[in-house]
Structures are given as C-alpha cells and as structure tokens.
Design a protein around this ligand. Structure first.
Ligand code: S3P
Length: 434
C-alpha cells in the first residue's frame, strides 16, 4: 500500500500515543506467568502485541478482552505450567527473544517458534547462548535463526555479561533466572530499557541492582494485580518530530511513558534545540524503580543544530535513531550517530534503509559501520521512500513528507500496523485546522 504525505500546515492539538509496545509484550508474558488474574489497561492493539496474546493463549493462558480498548484480563498458566505450543511470533522480535526465557526452564515441554520473513533474518543466538549456559536445550536454524525449538530442561543460575546492550537479552536471562537454581546475574555495561526489572520488582521477586550488576534468585509465584501500560514514547516520537519540524506546530502528548530508559530521543532533540517540555523521569542508573512513570509533553516547532549521539545514549533511543537522522537533515551543521551497530539487526538493516531512504529524499547522509553522519542542508526535497516492511521506516517517511518541500510517497505504508495501526488517523487529527 502506497501513501502520499504532502507538505503540511502546523500540527495542533493533543494526542495519546498507543500503548507502549515493550510494556505490552511484557504485560502479556508476565501476566501469563502469574497464577492470579492480571488486569491490563492501555494494552497496545497492534500486530506485534496480538502475536504475544496469541502466544500466551497457546501456552495455556486465558485472555479476555474488555469492553474498553486496550483492556484485558489475563488468567495465567503460572510460572512453571506453560502448555506445549507452536508459537508464531509474526514480526515480533521482542516476543521471539523473551518467551524462551520463560519456557526453557520447564522440563518436559517443547515449544517451536517461527515468524515472518524479516524475523527469520534476525538473530536468536543472542538469547540461545546464555540460555544454553544455564542448561537449556534449544535447536536453532543455521545456529542462530528461527525456526527454532525450545525443549524444557532444569536450569541453573549464571553470571552473564551482555555482549551488546540489549533489553531483550537481559530480559530473557532474568526470566530464565526465575526458574533456575541459585542466583542469576546479568551485567550490562550500558543501561537499556528496564521494564522487566520494574515488573519483576513489583511482582515480588527479589531483584537487586548494584551498579551494572542485576541479580535475582529463583522464585515461586509472581503476583502482579493491575498493570497500566502508558503511551509509547517510540510511537509518540513520530508526532514529536513532526511538530518540531513543521513551522508553527504546538502539540501535547498525554499519558506517555516518562521512564528515563525510553526518553533518550527527547533528550537528544532538546540538545539539538527543540522545545519539548514535560516531567520526564530523571536518569537514575544503578537502581531499580518499581513503578512506570507517565507524563505529558508539550512540543513546539523551532530551529535545530546538529549533535553527536554517543554510544551510551544509543540503547536509550535505539528505536528513535531514524528520527534523529531526520532531524539532522533540518539542523544546522552535522549530526553524528555512533555505536549503533545494533540498528543493522532490527526489522530491517536500519543503517542501510534510513540512509538510502533519506538520501532518496535529498538528504546529505552517509552510512558508517555503526551509525550515520547527516549534514543538514536546509531540509528535504521529497520523493519516494520504500518502507522495506519496517514499521518505523514507513512512519519516518510520513513525517519526512509533512516537513519536505515536495512531499513523500511511502511505499509499503501498511507496515505501520506492526506497532501503530492508527498512525495515519492520529497524524491527521493533529493536522485538522483548529
Ligand atoms: C525492546 C528492546 C530493543 C528495542 C525493541 C524492543 C524490548 O531491542 O529495539 O524495539 O522490548 O526489550 P534490543 O534489546 O534488541 O536492543
């Protein structure tokens, strides 16, 4: 499906972005691991997080969808009683990397995993390696890809230093640690999103953090009660970027996650000169908070200057780095992203697809091994951008179109439904004359 996004007038109004994708995946999985019912509000209704609901249903959980949008009751299968299943993860990398952490330690069970063409190109050895060190039996394709099978085995705790700053690997090892004998320690050199740690702390797990060491011990039963999933800062970021770039814009994003491990993009945009006012959580590395803070942000358009995104900032803005490249096209001077080689194994090779996509719209942008360099040249001409089946590329093209001189035709706009099916109508609601 192709869609044209023409240069627009200012964005105005307020909006709640759809429920956070990372927290929704975790709400479904952790809900399924509980014995008592878990009520979820704000759940993301999108292809990726429906895959997770289907997965937990296949593993024996009952999921009742409430009358209000995004409201669910999950009656779990329990921490150690998942039913054997074939799990189709669709396009959801987070489901593919987290669910094995729950299942690998359930002896006697067998779970097979597969997904779409993009998921079959994304590595799972990054979770299979630590799980095998814990005693897991996992058969992967070509040593590192889906389809793969998890055979439940007794696990033992390990100390694992993450080879890349990845919340998915961290979460998988911690989840496996709940069922493993002894203590499980994950060492992360750079902080990444910490929703798993917060949920585990809330669920009564003895989990501690000392500097870069996160530790937990085997656990019997998780208890969560209610979970509210706030709006996704990664989805809100598209509207925030559009409001920054289109002259005269002023928008408010409500009920957005203010978790500091998710708001790196706002901090980078502010450094570039953008005016984004909101009560964001202050960075607090080395501790585990129990709650997920929410905020309202107020965004206005304004001039930008280039910046350098350092490697330690990358995990805190990983999914928004394509938008940093877009802002860079409109900024004075150079915008450089380094230490972001992980972008190469996202839904597409996001260094290649962002660089090719924006260059096709007139950007001065060069790929590097671990990021890109953009030289602002007063904006973008416009043209055609191919989404490559990547939801964030499709939405990037839409925002680029609004801010461009001639407009942008996005090829494959339907990919947006993976995380944000209502994206076009939400964007249109901000473009209505007031
Ligand atoms: C996610 C972690 C990140 C992120 C992805 C969601 C999560 O991936 O890019 O969209 O929910 O844990 P990595 O852990 O691979 O960096």
């Amino acid at each position: 499906m192709n869609r044209r996004f023409d240069p627009s007038g200012p964005l105005r109004g307020s909006l709640r972005a759809p429920g956070d994708k990372s927290m929704s995946h975790r709400a479904a999985l952790f809900g399924a691991m509980c014995d008592e019912p878990v009520r979820v509000t704000g759940y993301l209704e999108a292809a990726d997080t429906y895959s997770t609901l289907n997965a937990v249903r296949a593993c024996g959980a009952l999921v009742e969808e409430g009358a209000d949008r995004g409201t669910l009751t999950i009656r779990g299968a329990g921490l150690r009683a998942a039913a054997e299943a074939h799990i189709d993860v669709g396009n959801a990398g987070t489901l593919m990397r987290l669910a094995p952490g729950w299942l690998a330690g359930q002896p006697g069970g067998e779970w097979s995993f597969d997904g779409d063409a993009s998921i079959r190109r994304r590595p799972v050895d990054r979770v299979a390696i630590p799980l095998r060190q814990m005693g897991a039996w996992i058969e992967t394709t070509d040593d590192r890809f889906a389809p793969f099978t998890v055979h439940g085995m007794p696990l033992r705790g390990i100390e694992y230093e993450l080879p890349v700053a990845s919340a998915q690997i961290k979460s998988c090892v911690l989840m496996a640690g709940l069922l493993a004998s002894g203590t499980t320690t994950v060492i992360e050199s750079e902080p990444s999103r910490d929703h798993t740690e917060r949920l585990l702390a809330r669920a009564g797990v003895r989990i501690t953090r000392d500097g870069d060491r996160i530790e937990l011990t085997q656990h019997d039963e998780l208890e969560l009660g209610d979970i509210h999933v706030p709006g996704d800062p990664s989805s809100a970021a598209f509207h925030i970027a559009a409001a920054i770039l289109v002259k005269g814009s002023r928008i408010v994003i409500t009920d957005m996650s203010a978790n500091w491990t998710r708001t790196g993009f706002v901090r980078i945009a502010e450094r570039m000169g953008a005016v984004v006012i909101g009560d964001l959580e202050k960075p607090n590395p080395g501790t585990i908070a129990r709650d997920e803070p929410v905020c309202e942000v107020d965004v206005a358009s304004g001039p930008l200057k280039g910046t350098t995104v350092e490697p330690h900032e990358v995990p805190l803005a990983i999914d928004e780095l394509p938008l940093v490249a877009l802002l860079g096209c409109f900024a004075e001077g150079e915008t450089v992203v380094t230490g972001a080689q992980e972008l190469r194994v996202k839904e597409s090779d996001r260094i290649a697809t962002v660089v090719d996509g924006l260059r096709g719209l007139g950007a001065h942008i060069e790929a590097t091994e671990d990021g890109f360099v953009v030289t602002g040249n007063g904006g973008l001409r416009g043209g055609t951008l191919e989404a490559h089946g990547d939801h964030r590329l499709a939405m990037l093209g839409a925002v680029a179109g609004l801010a461009s001189r001639d407009g942008v035709e996005v090829v494959g706009m339907d990919a947006a439904a993976v995380s944000y099916p209502g994206f076009e109508s939400d964007l249109a609601s901000l473009l209505k004359p007031t």
